[in-house]
Design a binder for this molecule. Structure first.
Ligand code: CUK
Ligand code: CUA
Length: 649
């Protein structure tokens, strides 16, 4: 039987005309409200939501009228752009971009002293050497996996974490101010891919998968012996963003997840062959999931059962096959995503090169670690065949799972309990529906599905290809993020959203779970460094200071601004001075952001209400240099500027 035969009958999902005489795209485009959707369906013979014989589609209204607010915050990675994006759901409106591993001219990320410290201080010695060669920063990042901090399995609104595959880093974003505040580069690693915050009792650890295997240490040894390459699983303390320990494993590490009890983390491996080339990585029919026993790893570190590698002092324990710290569960072939069910009972590893997903019962893992289970496959409770290229699975909190099928360009909805029954020999077909998506989905995620509060309202499917779905913008096309109503028995696509390269993954939290400040607090630790410097210069309150301090050839300018004025408009320095400008926005009106751009100096920064930002540069060109406010803040915004006069040495 083909997968199509197994799937229940579906409504037409191609661009063909529907009985209403509209193409599907036009149809959804003209039926923004649920009332019209109902009427439109009733007008034709398209499989009807009102037909008693058929499962009903959800009827949620995705339209968020002008002036109305979304009900969910979405946190979208931005792939090769290196940033994090905040979206409103269900409107799919992009609300904010948060620079993380990238350089950003709007906010001055990579330019201000505050951001440069964050971008630099967590680098490994090798990372610092590279940054030093190029002005103190690494310039690009590749974000894949944004995840929010949790307390007892629910979002707690503190942090978002995100990986950088390109330069092997992970970052923490403070959700109260929506700024990146810590970045750490993982030693002994290349390509940090899967990351996942501990769910219980609270985050806790941030678990990090280092994807590529390398010689350990990577100092010139073993270069031509890929069979000796190894990689590590890392536990990062999310409070300090320090790497606490690493676990050496067999095979590579792709995606990771954890349980709701604080004991296990688990990661997929697609290269159990230790191959350095594609054909070799595909050789075996089974790769594995490796399960990490976190308390035992901590115990091993405590007891000194570890080594260190190269110039890193991070304790590294041995979790290769035969270790009592890990368990290797064989799963078919090249597994990719790994997703814990919201009830905490199972995780699902997605087959990618196998049409199956593997369901593992988490409570059964205890038996293995107790020594009561010999064959790790005994923890597998289902392995349904869903279609071609299963990559990631998400959940509705009602017992159903939704798996992206990359090659089929579909999402399969299936019932977990029925899949378990079928695995035990029952004749139930767990597949409830397959829905065409456009095209080639990677991750999907449903609202709150990574928490125990999964509410089964909306599903976002992130497509890698948009092809013909939008106006052609040339060879580089947007991705296509589709919003799907999963509140009914049947999935229904309600929105196509183009996105710039390349959101791999997103998570959604209820609006009330995220509570950012409206303006900065002057007590924010963000200002600690500049406050300390100001204090040394005799300034106790930056909101009152307009003062120039000379210290040898260092000049520190403390300045305030309020619309539409800088309170220093003429700044005299000598050629060759190292100038630091610390600018405080004393406006305390919501949304009244100013900025500081020094023309022809490649200097720009944001100062939002009650924020201080600082930047340091060399006044190396004599002459008149205008600085201006680059955020339109007032009717006299164009006039909000001043002169830096650099006198010839
Ligand atoms: S990976 Cu991109 S589609 Cu980096 Cu999460 Cu699966
Ligand atoms: Cu201040 Cu524009």
């Amino acid at each position: 039987m083909t997968d199509d035969e197994k799937a229940p009958e579906q409504p037409p999902e191609t661009e063909a005309e529907s009985p209403t005489g509209l193409t599907r795209r036009q149809f959804f485009g003209t039926t923004a409200s649920s009332a019209v959707v109902g009427a439109g369906l009733a007008a034709g013979s398209w499989p009807l939501s009102s037909s008693p014989a058929r499962a009903a589609e959800g009827k949620q209204d995705a339209h968020v009228a002008p002036g109305e607010l979304d009900t969910y915050y979405g946190f979208w990675s931005a792939g090769q752009s290196g940033e994090l994006r905040i979206m409103g759901v269900p409107s799919m409106r992009e609300l904010l971009r948060i620079p993380v591993f990238n350089w950003d001219g709007a906010t001055g990320w990579g330019i201000t002293n505050e951001s440069r410290k964050i971008l630099y201080e967590g680098l490994t010695p090798a990372g610092k050497r590279r940054a030093d060669k190029q002005g103190g920063v690494l310039r690009n990042g590749d974000t894949h996996h944004p995840h929010l901090s949790l307390t007892e399995g629910s979002y707690d609104g503190r942090y978002c974490f995100i990986n950088d595959k390109a330069n092997s880093r992970v970052a923490r974003i403070r959700l109260d101010i929506m700024k990146t505040d810590k970045i750490v580069q993982i030693p002994n690693a290349q390509a940090v891919h899967g990351v996942r915050p501990q769910k219980h009792p609270k985050t806790g650890y941030l678990f990090c998968n280092c994807e590529f295997m390398i010689p350990q240490p990577n100092d010139g040894r073993d270069m031509d012996s890929p069979d000796k390459y190894q990689t590590v699983f890392a536990g990062v303390d999310s409070d300090t963003m320090e790497v606490k320990w690493q676990v050496l494993v067999d095979g590579n590490l792709d995606n990771t997840n954890c349980d709701y009890k604080g004991r296990y983390a688990f990661s997929t491996c697609y290269n159990s062959e230790n191959a350095a080339h594609l054909a070799g990585m595909m050789r075996k029919d089974r790769d594995h999931v490796v399960v990490f026993d976190i308390p035992r790893i901590e115990e091993a570190v405590k007891k000194g059962r570890y080594k260190t590698i190269g110039d890193s002092d991070v304790p590294v324990v041995d979790g290769t096959k035969g270790s009592d710290l890990t368990m290797y569960i064989p799963v078919p072939k090249g597994p990719h995503g790994i997703n814990t069910t919201p009830d905490g009972k199972y995780f699902v590893a997605n087959g990618k090169l196998s049409p199956t997903v593997t369901v593992v019962e988490i409570d059964k893992l205890d038996a293995y670690f107790r020594g009561a289970m010999k064959n790790p496959r005994e923890a597998v409770v289902a392995e349904p065949e869903l279609g071609l290229g299963p990559l990631h699975t998400t959940y509705d909190g009602r017992g159903n799972a939704y798996t992206t099928l990359f090659i089929d360009s579909r999402i399969a909805k299936w019932n977990i309990q029925e899949a378990i029954e079928a695995f035990q020999g029952g004749d139930t077909n767990p597949i409830k529906q397959k829905l065409d998506v456009h095209y080639q989905p990677g991750h999907n995620n449903a609202t709150l599905a990574e928490t125990k509060d999964a509410d089964g309202k909306w599903l976002v499917s992130l497509q890698k290809f948009s092809k013909d779905r939008f106006l052609n913008v040339g060879p580089l096309k947007p991705e296509n993020d589709q919003l799907i109503d999963i509140s009914g028995d049947k999935m229904r696509i309600v929105h196509d959203g183009p996105t710039f390269s390349e959101p791999h993954d997103c998570v959604m939290a209820r609006a009330d779970q995220v509570n950012p400040r409206k303006i900065w607090s002057r007590d924010d630790p963000w200002f600690d460094d500049i406050k300390a410097q100001a204090k040394a210069d005799g300034i106790s309150d930056l909101t009152k200071a307009n003062k120039v301090v000379r210290d040898g050839n260092q000049v520190r300018v403390y300045m305030t601004s309020s619309a539409p004025n800088y309170h220093i408009t003429e700044l005299r320095v000598q050629e060759g001075d190292e100038v630091t400008v610390a600018l405080t926005n004393v406006d305390n009106i919501e949304d009244l952001t100013h900025g500081f751009t020094l023309t022809n100096f490649d200097v720009a920064m944001e100062i939002s209400p009650q924020q201080t930002s600082s930047v340091t540069f060399t006044a190396d060109e004599p002459g008149v240099h205008w600085y201006y406010c680059q955020w339109f803040c007032h009717a006299l915004h164009m006039e909000m500027r001043g002169r830096m006069i650099v006198e010839k040495a």
